[in-house]
Design a protein around this ligand. Structure first.
Ligand code: URA
Length: 478
């Protein structure tokens, strides 16, 4: 006799577990069960009553973790497939490690699909603020159309991340609602009318900044950010135009590529190499003196030394690693791609760059030539130590309230510690002179992260560090 089972959309994992346990206990074979999804979300199936009457059964851990993911797939046969495998596991306990078994392989694929869908959800949900005036907590809402029923298993991620605000993620099937610290799920709904997002401009600028026209791979891009998500992503609106313009932009970049120092610089450098680098002059002469620095060999191939810049009374003092290709040519810090990304994130953090002193731990560009290009090389600890003298001069002159060390080279130069950066990110350390140093990542690190989710999270953490720095010195962007 066939038994009909309905699994609700909300709480499907627990419901399936209890139902399957009961059938297994009672020895009901897979062919006698017809599994179906619920028309309405809850109540068709009272899991708690049945749970009491069932005995625990032993099931491989690997099956449990796979089943907990697969239940959220949109495949209509997912429950039947899971129960069929569970039934066979009674007599074939090693089945889970049989890669050739068709049922296991199919379920593994469904599991992968759900994981991927969860990743996309984490990366592409965009909240809009819907706070009421004077409300105690800020409120946000997002509309999302996942391929599978991933709202429920992914909601804890958003709960952890946005614990101090109220939010809801509305989808056509199930909605997650987080109010006053409590998470609940409701039946899905139609797309709500949502206000424009004030931070949309930031996302668009950020996306345009990290878009490299010389590396456009449309197929790889659409696999990372499938077209179906574009309509709900503010930054995606500019993709077609950026792809269309990419060949011309890449050509322009290639034509502008010869970034080797002008030939006359060799002469200048030869002259500078003769200078004694010991500095005893007036403060105003320091810049000239920096150009004659020969404390380490890096002066010999760089175009020029790149001094820090910013107001003499800056409360905030930002330190990077060393000038890059563009900085070396322009003689100014943070004007290349990493600098541009820094500017975008700093602005969104309320940090006004014109009120901050920006410099580098090492003042000369270190690189190896490759064809027409100069490839950045990290300075070694001896170069960092030699250049520390200049950093010390700048710190003595500016006397900031707080220093931000961006990246491990800056952290080493400022604190003397070469400990791993990611374990120190967000901590406040001190220089030997007792100045407070907030340790964070370098913007170039964000540009290099290949995974969208990881990059978005790291960017947010970096932005958080800048917000904190601004608060610490009470700098408010004008
Ligand atoms: N990276 C740095 O650390 N400093 C710059 O000035 C540019 C890129």
């Amino acid at each position: 006799m066939t038994q009909f089972v309905t699994i609700p959309k909300i709480g499907a994992a627990g419901a399936f577990r209890e139902k399957a346990r009961r059938f297994l206990n009672e020895g009901v074979p897979p062919e006698e069960i017809t599994w179906g999804g619920a028309e309405s979300p809850r109540g068709l199936f009272d899991t708690s009553a049945e749970a009491v009457s069932t005995k625990p059964i032993r099931v491989p851990r690997s099956f449990l973790s796979m089943a907990e993911t697969v239940v959220w797939h949109s495949d209509a046969d997912r429950f039947a497939r899971l129960y069929a495998l569970l039934w066979r596991l009674k007599n074939e306990p090693h089945l889970m490690s049989d890669r050739g078994d068709a049922t296991v392989a199919k379920l593994r694929m469904l599991e992968k699909n759900v994981h991927r869908c969860q990743q996309k959800m984490k990366a592409f949900v965009r909240f809009r603020e819907i706070s009421e005036p004077n409300a105690a907590r800020r409120s946000f809402a997002a509309w999302f159309e996942p391929t599978h029923f991933t709202v429920e298993p992914t909601a804890p991620f958003f709960q952890r991340r946005f614990a101090d605000m109220d939010w809801r993620i509305v989808t056509p099937d199930v909605s997650a609602i987080f109010v006053d610290g409590y998470l609940r799920f409701e039946e899905g709904a139609e797309r709500p009318a949502l206000p424009d997002d004030t931070s949309e401009g930031l996302w668009i600028t950020y996306f345009q900044n990290i878009f490299n026209p010389a590396r456009v791979k449309v197929q790889a891009m659409t696999s990372e950010m499938p077209r179906k998500y574009w309509k709900n992503l503010p930054e995606a609106a500019s993709i077609p135009q950026m792809i269309a313009e990419a060949p011309a932009r890449a050509r322009k970049m290639a034509e502008a590529a010869p970034t080797l120092p002008p030939a006359r610089m060799q002469k200048v450098q030869a002259g500078l190499a003769d200078h004694n680098s010991a500095w005893t002059g007036l403060p105003e002469e320091m810049l000239q003196e920096l150009q004659s620095c020969t404390r380490c060999p890096l002066y010999s191939s760089a175009t020029q030394a790149v001094p820090g810049e910013g107001p003499e009374d800056a409360a905030l003092f930002v330190v990077g690693e060393q000038p890059g290709d563009q900085e070396d040519l322009h003689g100014r810090p943070f004007v290349g791609p990493a600098g541009q990304l820094f500017d975008v994130i700093a602005q969104s953090a309320g940090l006004d760059r014109s009120r901050v002193y920006v410099t580098n731990a090492v003042k000369h560009f270190k690189f190896t030539p490759r064809g027409k290009r100069r490839i950045h090389q990290r300075p070694n600890s001896s170069e960092v130590l030699h250049c520390r003298w200049w950093l010390g001069q700048e710190l003595d002159r500016i006397k900031p309230k707080l220093v931000i060390a961006m990246g491990s080279t800056a952290a080493l130069a400022l604190t003397g510690s070469g400990e791993k950066l990611l374990s120190r990110r967000g901590s406040i350390e001190t220089t030997s002179a007792g100045l407070r140093v907030l340790v964070t990542v370098h913007p170039a690190y964000l540009l290099r992260l290949p995974d969208n989710n990881v990059r978005a999270e790291a960017t947010e953490a970096f932005r958080g560090d800048l917000v904190r720095a601004v608060r610490e010195v009470s700098l408010v962007a004008t």
